[in-house]
Design a protein around this ligand. Sequence first.
Ligand code: FES
Length: 118
Amino acid sequence: MPKFDCHLFVCCNQRKPGHKRGSCNPDGSEELRDALKSELKRRGLGATVRANMAGCLDQCELGPTIVIYPQAIWYGGVKVKDVERIVEETVIHGRVLADLLIPDEMLNTKGRPAAGPQ
Ligand code: FES
């Protein structure tokens, strides 16, 4: 079995409505992770790229959040409609999507108001 080239960790944390930090998966559907898995499979990448369910990645205010390793690319405000271009641009071509990127200086800074990375 080949090694995995890439892991996409998708926050699937669900909190109760009204929680001050929000959550990336408020309805518990895990639709973002499922959409990534489906897109990887559709493109024949399922054997070398994994989309893994993750617990809270501690960037809640910028969610829904994913992190892609080994590149350590953090994306926030990710929607299902972004899945195709994440796979096409970032996973396949190694290009960072500026509109989804959480800049390093915004990581691990709790207490921001709920908002996207821009
Ligand atoms: S709930 Fe997703 S990063 Fe915390």
